[in-house]
Ligand binder design. Sequence first.
Ligand SMILES: Nc1ncnc2c1ncn2[C@@H]1O[C@H](COP(=O)(O)OP(=O)(O)OP(=O)(O)O)[C@@H](O)[C@H]1O
Ligand SMILES: Nc1nc2c(c(=O)[nH]1)N=C(CO)CN2
Length: 248
Amino acid sequence: MKKSGIEITRHACLYETEPAYVTEQPLFLNSAIRGVTKLGPHELLSTLKKIEKELGRTKGIRYGPRPIDLDILFYGKYRINSEIVTVPHERIFERPFVMAPLVDLLGSAIDGDTVLRWHYFSKNGRFESWEKLGGEALIGKDGLRSVLPVNNQLWDWSKRTSVMGILNLTPDSFSVGGKFVSVGSAISRVKTMISEGVDIIELGAHSTRPMATKISVEEELDRLIPVLEKILKLSEIEGKLQPIDTFY
Ligand SMILES: Nc1ncnc2c1ncn2[C@@H]1O[C@H](COP(=O)(O)OP(=O)(O)OP(=O)(O)O)[C@@H](O)[C@H]1O
Ligand SMILES: Nc1nc2c(c(=O)[nH]1)N=C(CO)CN2
Protein backbone atom coordinates (compact mmCIF):
# COMPACT_ATOMS: atom_id res chain seq x y z
CA MET A 1 0.00 0.00 0.00
CA LYS A 2 2.73 2.45 1.01
CA LYS A 3 4.62 2.14 -2.25
CA SER A 4 1.35 2.79 -4.08
CA GLY A 5 0.88 6.09 -2.23
CA ILE A 6 -1.53 4.91 0.49
CA GLU A 7 -0.43 5.40 4.10
CA ILE A 8 -2.36 3.19 6.50
CA THR A 9 -3.15 5.02 9.75
CA ARG A 10 -5.45 2.52 11.50
CA HIS A 11 -6.67 -0.98 10.98
CA ALA A 12 -9.60 -2.92 12.32
CA CYS A 13 -9.69 -6.51 13.62
CA LEU A 14 -9.79 -9.37 11.17
CA TYR A 15 -13.06 -11.34 10.86
CA GLU A 16 -13.80 -14.74 9.40
CA THR A 17 -17.25 -14.40 7.87
CA GLU A 18 -19.96 -16.49 6.21
CA PRO A 19 -20.18 -15.74 2.51
CA ALA A 20 -23.02 -13.39 1.64
CA TYR A 21 -25.04 -13.32 -1.62
CA VAL A 22 -23.38 -16.40 -3.17
CA THR A 23 -23.44 -18.70 -0.15
CA GLU A 24 -21.91 -21.83 -1.73
CA GLN A 25 -18.29 -20.74 -1.39
CA PRO A 26 -15.60 -20.76 1.30
CA LEU A 27 -15.61 -18.38 4.27
CA PHE A 28 -14.27 -14.87 3.72
CA LEU A 29 -11.76 -12.85 5.74
CA ASN A 30 -12.85 -9.23 6.16
CA SER A 31 -11.28 -6.17 7.67
CA ALA A 32 -11.08 -2.41 7.13
CA ILE A 33 -8.32 0.14 7.18
CA ARG A 34 -8.22 3.89 7.40
CA GLY A 35 -5.53 5.70 5.48
CA VAL A 36 -4.26 8.88 3.93
CA THR A 37 -3.50 9.35 0.25
CA LYS A 38 -2.93 12.06 -2.31
CA LEU A 39 -4.60 9.87 -4.95
CA GLY A 40 -7.98 11.08 -6.16
CA PRO A 41 -10.90 8.62 -5.88
CA HIS A 42 -10.62 7.30 -9.45
CA GLU A 43 -6.85 6.98 -9.22
CA LEU A 44 -7.29 5.28 -5.84
CA LEU A 45 -9.71 2.74 -7.29
CA SER A 46 -7.40 1.92 -10.20
CA THR A 47 -4.48 1.59 -7.77
CA LEU A 48 -6.53 -0.83 -5.66
CA LYS A 49 -7.46 -2.81 -8.79
CA LYS A 50 -3.74 -3.01 -9.65
CA ILE A 51 -2.92 -4.31 -6.16
CA GLU A 52 -5.76 -6.87 -6.43
CA LYS A 53 -4.30 -8.06 -9.74
CA GLU A 54 -0.80 -8.30 -8.28
CA LEU A 55 -2.24 -10.45 -5.48
CA GLY A 56 -3.72 -12.88 -7.99
CA ARG A 57 -7.26 -11.62 -8.57
CA THR A 58 -8.66 -12.57 -11.94
CA LYS A 59 -12.15 -12.03 -13.34
CA GLY A 60 -14.49 -14.37 -11.49
CA ILE A 61 -18.21 -14.61 -10.90
CA ARG A 62 -20.02 -11.66 -9.26
CA TYR A 63 -19.91 -12.05 -5.48
CA GLY A 64 -17.94 -15.26 -5.93
CA PRO A 65 -14.68 -16.34 -4.32
CA ARG A 66 -11.65 -14.13 -4.85
CA PRO A 67 -8.15 -13.97 -3.33
CA ILE A 68 -8.64 -10.28 -2.47
CA ASP A 69 -11.26 -7.58 -2.88
CA LEU A 70 -10.36 -3.98 -2.06
CA ASP A 71 -13.31 -1.60 -1.90
CA ILE A 72 -13.42 2.10 -1.06
CA LEU A 73 -15.96 2.56 1.73
CA PHE A 74 -15.57 6.32 2.22
CA TYR A 75 -13.39 8.96 0.60
CA GLY A 76 -13.01 11.87 3.02
CA LYS A 77 -16.21 13.87 3.31
CA TYR A 78 -17.15 13.31 -0.31
CA ARG A 79 -20.10 11.72 -1.98
CA ILE A 80 -19.16 10.53 -5.45
CA ASN A 81 -21.45 9.00 -8.02
CA SER A 82 -19.62 8.46 -11.26
CA GLU A 83 -19.88 5.52 -13.66
CA ILE A 84 -16.81 4.02 -12.08
CA VAL A 85 -16.84 4.96 -8.39
CA THR A 86 -19.62 5.29 -5.87
CA VAL A 87 -18.71 6.50 -2.38
CA PRO A 88 -19.85 5.84 0.22
CA HIS A 89 -19.82 2.26 -1.08
CA GLU A 90 -23.44 1.34 -1.82
CA ARG A 91 -23.67 -1.75 0.38
CA ILE A 92 -21.82 -0.75 3.58
CA PHE A 93 -24.80 -0.55 5.89
CA GLU A 94 -26.40 -3.88 4.93
CA ARG A 95 -23.17 -5.86 5.48
CA PRO A 96 -22.23 -7.03 8.98
CA PHE A 97 -18.83 -8.08 7.58
CA VAL A 98 -18.20 -4.42 6.70
CA MET A 99 -19.89 -2.80 9.69
CA ALA A 100 -18.05 -4.85 12.33
CA PRO A 101 -14.56 -3.77 11.20
CA LEU A 102 -15.82 -0.24 10.58
CA VAL A 103 -17.00 0.01 14.18
CA ASP A 104 -13.53 -1.19 15.33
CA LEU A 105 -11.87 1.34 13.15
CA LEU A 106 -13.88 4.35 14.17
CA GLY A 107 -14.59 3.49 17.79
CA SER A 108 -17.54 5.02 19.55
CA ALA A 109 -16.32 8.62 19.48
CA ILE A 110 -17.07 10.88 16.56
CA ASP A 111 -13.68 12.50 16.31
CA GLY A 112 -13.92 15.28 13.78
CA ASP A 113 -15.95 16.41 10.80
CA THR A 114 -15.05 13.55 8.48
CA VAL A 115 -16.26 10.83 10.80
CA LEU A 116 -19.36 12.89 11.61
CA ARG A 117 -20.10 12.99 7.90
CA TRP A 118 -19.67 9.21 7.64
CA HIS A 119 -22.18 8.90 10.45
CA TYR A 120 -24.76 10.89 8.51
CA PHE A 121 -24.15 8.99 5.28
CA SER A 122 -26.12 6.19 6.85
CA LYS A 123 -29.82 6.99 6.88
CA ASN A 124 -30.25 6.08 10.53
CA GLY A 125 -26.73 6.91 11.71
CA ARG A 126 -23.81 4.54 11.73
CA PHE A 127 -24.32 3.17 15.24
CA GLU A 128 -28.04 2.60 14.73
CA SER A 129 -27.37 0.78 11.44
CA TRP A 130 -24.95 -1.51 13.24
CA GLU A 131 -27.46 -2.19 16.03
CA LYS A 132 -30.14 -2.93 13.43
CA LEU A 133 -27.94 -5.63 11.92
CA GLY A 134 -27.43 -7.17 15.36
CA GLY A 135 -24.48 -5.16 16.70
CA GLU A 136 -21.87 -6.55 19.12
CA ALA A 137 -24.02 -9.64 19.74
CA LEU A 138 -23.18 -10.85 16.22
CA ILE A 139 -19.48 -11.13 16.98
CA GLY A 140 -18.49 -14.62 18.01
CA LYS A 141 -21.40 -16.21 16.18
CA ASP A 142 -20.41 -18.56 13.39
CA GLY A 143 -21.02 -15.98 10.68
CA LEU A 144 -18.70 -13.35 12.18
CA ARG A 145 -15.73 -14.45 14.26
CA SER A 146 -12.80 -12.21 15.19
CA VAL A 147 -9.64 -14.09 14.32
CA LEU A 148 -5.89 -13.69 14.40
CA PRO A 149 -3.70 -15.50 11.87
CA VAL A 150 -1.06 -17.53 13.71
CA ASN A 151 1.07 -20.23 12.08
CA ASN A 152 -1.25 -20.81 9.12
CA GLN A 153 -4.21 -21.12 11.46
CA LEU A 154 -6.83 -18.72 12.69
CA TRP A 155 -6.97 -18.06 16.42
CA ASP A 156 -10.60 -17.36 17.31
CA TRP A 157 -10.73 -14.80 20.08
CA SER A 158 -14.34 -13.77 19.70
CA LYS A 159 -16.06 -16.47 21.75
CA ARG A 160 -14.41 -15.84 25.08
CA THR A 161 -11.56 -13.89 26.62
CA SER A 162 -8.22 -15.66 26.25
CA VAL A 163 -6.04 -15.74 29.35
CA MET A 164 -2.32 -15.08 28.96
CA GLY A 165 0.29 -16.18 31.45
CA ILE A 166 3.61 -14.33 31.40
CA LEU A 167 6.84 -16.11 32.15
CA ASN A 168 9.78 -13.82 32.83
CA LEU A 169 13.07 -15.62 32.30
CA THR A 170 14.87 -12.72 33.91
CA PRO A 171 16.60 -12.14 37.21
CA ASP A 172 15.44 -8.54 37.41
CA SER A 173 11.86 -7.98 36.16
CA PHE A 174 9.19 -5.86 37.84
CA SER A 175 7.41 -8.93 39.07
CA VAL A 176 8.72 -12.37 40.01
CA GLY A 177 12.16 -11.51 38.57
CA GLY A 178 14.63 -14.31 39.24
CA LYS A 179 12.10 -16.99 40.06
CA PHE A 180 12.22 -18.88 36.77
CA VAL A 181 15.77 -18.52 35.55
CA SER A 182 16.46 -22.26 35.59
CA VAL A 183 14.97 -24.36 32.78
CA GLY A 184 13.43 -26.80 35.26
CA SER A 185 11.60 -24.16 37.29
CA ALA A 186 10.45 -22.40 34.10
CA ILE A 187 8.96 -25.62 32.71
CA SER A 188 7.24 -26.46 35.94
CA ARG A 189 5.74 -22.95 35.99
CA VAL A 190 4.47 -23.41 32.42
CA LYS A 191 2.79 -26.69 33.41
CA THR A 192 1.15 -25.01 36.39
CA MET A 193 -0.10 -22.12 34.26
CA ILE A 194 -1.59 -24.56 31.73
CA SER A 195 -3.28 -26.57 34.49
CA GLU A 196 -4.71 -23.29 35.77
CA GLY A 197 -6.26 -22.65 32.34
CA VAL A 198 -4.07 -20.21 30.41
CA ASP A 199 -4.49 -20.12 26.62
CA ILE A 200 -1.36 -18.13 25.85
CA ILE A 201 2.07 -18.35 27.46
CA GLU A 202 4.26 -15.38 26.77
CA LEU A 203 7.99 -15.67 27.29
CA GLY A 204 10.25 -12.74 27.97
CA ALA A 205 13.96 -12.85 28.66
CA HIS A 206 14.97 -9.20 28.88
CA SER A 207 13.58 -6.87 31.50
CA THR A 208 12.27 -3.48 30.39
CA ARG A 209 12.08 -2.22 33.99
CA PRO A 210 13.69 1.25 34.30
CA MET A 211 17.38 0.82 35.26
CA ALA A 212 17.29 -2.91 34.39
CA THR A 213 20.61 -4.30 33.20
CA LYS A 214 20.86 -4.32 29.41
CA ILE A 215 21.93 -7.71 28.11
CA SER A 216 23.25 -8.75 24.69
CA VAL A 217 21.24 -10.47 21.96
CA GLU A 218 23.20 -13.68 22.66
CA GLU A 219 22.37 -13.57 26.34
CA GLU A 220 18.70 -13.00 25.61
CA LEU A 221 18.70 -15.98 23.23
CA ASP A 222 20.61 -18.11 25.76
CA ARG A 223 17.85 -17.48 28.29
CA LEU A 224 15.04 -18.12 25.82
CA ILE A 225 16.00 -21.00 23.56
CA PRO A 226 16.50 -23.85 26.08
CA VAL A 227 13.16 -23.09 27.73
CA LEU A 228 11.35 -22.63 24.42
CA GLU A 229 12.66 -25.94 23.07
CA LYS A 230 11.41 -27.77 26.13
CA ILE A 231 8.01 -26.03 26.12
CA LEU A 232 7.41 -26.96 22.49
CA LYS A 233 7.92 -30.63 23.41
CA LEU A 234 5.27 -30.58 26.14
CA SER A 235 2.07 -32.40 25.19
CA GLU A 236 0.08 -29.83 27.20
CA ILE A 237 1.18 -27.05 24.83
CA GLU A 238 -1.08 -28.37 22.02
CA GLY A 239 -3.66 -25.71 21.12
CA LYS A 240 -1.97 -22.96 23.16
CA LEU A 241 -0.32 -19.87 21.77
CA GLN A 242 3.35 -19.27 22.47
CA PRO A 243 4.35 -15.66 21.76
CA ILE A 244 7.76 -14.30 22.65
CA ASP A 245 8.23 -10.75 23.84
CA THR A 246 11.72 -10.13 22.53
CA PHE A 247 13.79 -7.06 23.33
CA TYR A 248 16.00 -7.15 20.21
N1 LIG B 1 -16.48 2.41 -3.70
C1 LIG B 1 -16.14 1.45 -4.56
N2 LIG B 1 -15.18 0.55 -4.24
C2 LIG B 1 -14.86 -0.43 -5.13
N3 LIG B 1 -15.42 -0.59 -6.35
C3 LIG B 1 -16.38 0.28 -6.71
C4 LIG B 1 -16.78 1.33 -5.85
N4 LIG B 1 -17.73 2.05 -6.45
C5 LIG B 1 -17.94 1.49 -7.63
N5 LIG B 1 -17.15 0.44 -7.82
C6 LIG B 1 -17.16 -0.37 -9.04
O1 LIG B 1 -17.63 -1.69 -8.76
C7 LIG B 1 -17.03 -2.55 -9.70
C8 LIG B 1 -17.06 -3.98 -9.19
O2 LIG B 1 -16.23 -4.06 -8.04
P1 LIG B 1 -15.80 -5.42 -7.43
O3 LIG B 1 -15.17 -6.28 -8.47
O4 LIG B 1 -15.01 -5.11 -6.22
O5 LIG B 1 -17.25 -6.02 -7.10
P2 LIG B 1 -17.61 -7.12 -6.10
O6 LIG B 1 -16.45 -7.33 -5.20
O7 LIG B 1 -18.14 -8.31 -6.80
O8 LIG B 1 -18.78 -6.47 -5.26
P3 LIG B 1 -18.69 -5.42 -4.07
O9 LIG B 1 -17.91 -4.25 -4.56
O10 LIG B 1 -20.12 -5.11 -3.82
O11 LIG B 1 -18.03 -6.07 -2.90
C9 LIG B 1 -15.64 -2.01 -9.88
O12 LIG B 1 -15.11 -2.28 -11.14
C10 LIG B 1 -15.80 -0.51 -9.65
O13 LIG B 1 -15.77 0.22 -10.84
N1 LIG C 1 -18.71 -12.61 4.06
C1 LIG C 1 -18.49 -12.00 2.91
N2 LIG C 1 -19.26 -12.27 1.86
C2 LIG C 1 -19.04 -11.65 0.69
C3 LIG C 1 -17.99 -10.72 0.54
C4 LIG C 1 -17.19 -10.45 1.67
O1 LIG C 1 -16.25 -9.63 1.62
N3 LIG C 1 -17.47 -11.10 2.83
N4 LIG C 1 -17.77 -10.10 -0.65
C5 LIG C 1 -18.52 -10.41 -1.69
C6 LIG C 1 -18.25 -9.76 -2.99
O2 LIG C 1 -18.13 -8.47 -2.93
C7 LIG C 1 -19.60 -11.38 -1.65
N5 LIG C 1 -19.80 -11.93 -0.37
